[in-house]
Design a protein around this ligand. Structure first.
Ligand code: ADP
Length: 326
């Protein structure tokens, strides 16, 4: 083992269900391995302002089932500047923190990568985002819970869609990734998904209308990924109103409810495995890697790969959705 005696842990960027399970796993695994743990509040902001507190095992009791993050999360502009990161480093040293575990999405891991380059600080990243858009891990912490929230909501929307014989556009999160929309559509039995990955290839609305809306059904649900690339659900509803005025269209934007709730078993286990693996990585003197799970095995992905590479959407999912929605 290297010189690491004390680790700092923070959650940053968009919150995701299962972040608490990850905080618990990192804390307990570190203590089990003889390391001291310090919780850093409000993401990088707490590192810049020195909002840091020692964590014992009981600080993470009774949180595995809770959504959100007990460490709070924030977006921190100061950390984007060299001066802000210098302050963060000085606070880290003042607290005797030797290594950082950062739980967050693409932006948070980009911050960790830059910080690690500037200050020679070992940083380990855990993929915490409902969007599932980090390369090198099959799923990210929070994605499965958000997917389950989506299908619960769509099941309810379907009741009213069927009764009124309407076309519903349901907008889900995902930033520039279509994982939530596409798998949410398959899991809820929706008729189509409109995702940013294919926006430049085809007119996804045309495809959907052409492929059979109203051929065998008198109501339909289309899941739309929120994204500047797709234009979101409102854009498609407007188009239908103009181009196909015979259809009765409604829009539901699921919004932030997708980020909340008790994490599913999948996310709790994922967060627990990744959290424990983060401490294994530190004990093995690994640095500047994101921990992922691929084909049920723990993998270490260099930050540069996890952040820069686009995670591809499997085309087979698109054909499954198309085949099953006739
Ligand atoms: P997410 O981690 O969910 O993708 P953000 O993109 O908002 O969320 O990033 C979270 C935080 O990570 C930012 O508020 C900032 O403090 C830090 N961060 C993001 N990008 C950078 C960067 N290029 N340099 C330094 N810090 C960054």
């Amino acid at each position: 083992m290297g010189a690491v005696k004390c680790i700092g842990i923070l959650t940053s960027g968009g919150d995701a269900p299962g972040m608490n399970a990850a905080i618990r796993a990192v804390t307990r695994s570190a203590i089990y391995n003889g390391l001291q743990v310090k919780g850093i509040y409000r993401g990088y902001r707490g590192l810049v302002t020195g909002e840091i507190k020692e964590f014992k095992s009981q600080n993470v009791s009774n949180i595995i089932q809770q959504g959100g993050t007990i460490l709070k999360t924030a977006r921190c502009q100061e950390f984007m500047t060299p001066e802000g990161r210098k302050l963060a480093y000085e606070n880290m040293k003042a607290e005797n923190i030797d290594a950082l575990v950062v739980i967050g999405g693409d932006g948070s891991l980009t911050g960790a990568r830059i910080f690690a380059q500037e200050f020679d600080v070992p940083c380990i990243g855990l993929p915490g985002t409902i969007d599932n858009d980090l390369y090198g891990t099959d799923t990210t912490i929070g994605y499965d819970t958000a997917l389950n929230t989506i299908i619960e909501a769509v099941d309810k929307i379907r009741d009213t869609a069927t009764s009124h014989e309407r076309l519903f556009f349901v907008e889900v999160m995902g930033r520039d990734a279509g994982f939530l929309a596409l798998n949410g559509a398959i899991a809820s039995g929706a008729e189509a998904a409109i995702i940013p990955e294919f926006s430049t290839e085809v007119d996804q609305l045309e495809e959907f209308i052409k492929n059979g809306f109203r051929k065998s059904k008198n109501s339909s649900i289309v899941i739309v990924a929120e994204s500047e690339v797709t234009g979101g659900a409102m854009h498609y509803a407007e188009r239908v109103k103009n181009e196909y005025p015979q259809y009765d269209v409604r829009v539901t934007i699921l919004g932030h409810l997708q980020r909340g709730g008790s994490p599913t078993a999948h996310d709790r286990i994922l967060a627990s495995r990744l959290g424990a693996a983060a401490i294994d990585a530190i004990m093995e003197d690994q640095r500047n890697v994101m921990i992922g799970i691929e084909n049920d095995e723990i993998v270490y992905i260099p930050f540069s790969k996890a952040i820069k590479n686009d995670k591809p959407i499997k085309r087979q999912l698109v054909s499954v959705l198309k085949e099953l929605s006739i």
